[in-house]
Write a protein that binds this ligand. Structure first.
Ligand code: CDP
Length: 256
């Protein structure tokens, strides 16, 4: 869709609407271990996206005929809150959320060491509280931290981001107007530890050269995001260690 008259997605200096350079990410913050009843969880803010991911399992599979006798199954549910977008979203699953749930499950399954937990399910819930483009990538990034927080053995975490094209310029991490009025959207997810690609979708067109630039931007950004994921997990365990130390009696008290 063409932008409305007067809306400039990128200026003559190559700066985007929010002042970002083409290869710059929006601000990302994440916190691991935010849900008490989940085995693992993560709250993530990415630009104006707000996402919470909760992991439950490995646990018994219901319905039983979904069980795999050789390995765990990874089930994902991506869900957008009715209040997460400008027009109220009808609650419950729709085609889009079913598609995103499926691809999140397919992206996370190869990283989990599923053979360690035969006949079980690992359930991953991603709730979008506020959406402003890039929610599937944000959900995948948060889900991965939640899985690690749950102590699920994995061969690495998954980091994800989208690249795209606006006004003939390849850019990283589209915001809402860039997604709506831009020409191309390319969500990518990789396992930074191994370099494997676990998600690659494309809406629109790229030339071969543009595709290479978009992939390079995305891969570099995924490594950056992976650093943030590891930091969120480190912070949780540092906080827990400090809390434990505070709750233990000081050495002098023990001696008394
Ligand atoms: O969120 P993501 O970019 O992964 O998926 P999309 O289908 O390309 O949606 C782009 C954006 O459109 C979402 O992030 C929302 O901000 C918005 N959207 C909406 O306003 N209402 C919907 N029912 C679905 C999406």
């Amino acid at each position: 869709m063409k932008p409305p008259p007067g809306l400039k997605l990128i200026d003559e200096n190559g700066r985007r609407m929010d002042g970002r350079r083409p290869d710059e990410l929006r601000k990302i913050t994440m916190k691991a271990g935010v849900l008490k009843r989940a085995d693992g969880s993560c709250y993530l803010e990415w630009g104006n996206n707000k996402v919470i991911a909760g992991v439950y399992g490995p646990r018994e599979v219901h319905p039983r005929h979904d069980q795999d006798a050789t390995q765990a199954i990874v089930r994902c549910r991506y869900s957008m809150s009715p209040f997460s977008v400008d027009d109220r979203k009808r609650p419950g699953p729709d085609r889009r959320s079913q598609e995103i749930s499926k691809l999140l499950g397919e992206a996370l399954s190869p990283v989990v060491l599923r053979q360690m937990f035969p006949r079980t399910a690992i359930d991953v819930f991603c709730e979008i509280l506020e959406a402003e483009a890039g929610t599937r990538c944000a959900a995948l990034t948060a889900a991965s931290v939640a899985l690690a927080d749950a102590g699920i053995p994995m061969k690495g975490m998954v980091a994800s981001v989208a690249a795209g094209k606006i006004d003939n310029t390849v850019v990283l991490d589209l915001r809402k107007e860039e997604d709506n009025f831009g020409d191309t959207d390319l969500p990518v997810a990789i396992i930074p530890k191994t370099g494997e690609i676990v998600l690659l979708q494309m809406d629109g067109h790229f030339t071969d050269d543009e595709f290479d630039v978009a992939m390079q931007y995305s891969i570099d950004a995924c490594h950056q995001i992976h650093g943030m994921q590891k930091q969120a997990l480190r912070e949780k365990y540092l906080d827990a260690a400090v809390e434990k130390r505070m709750s233990e009696p000081a050495e002098s008290e023990v001696m008394l």
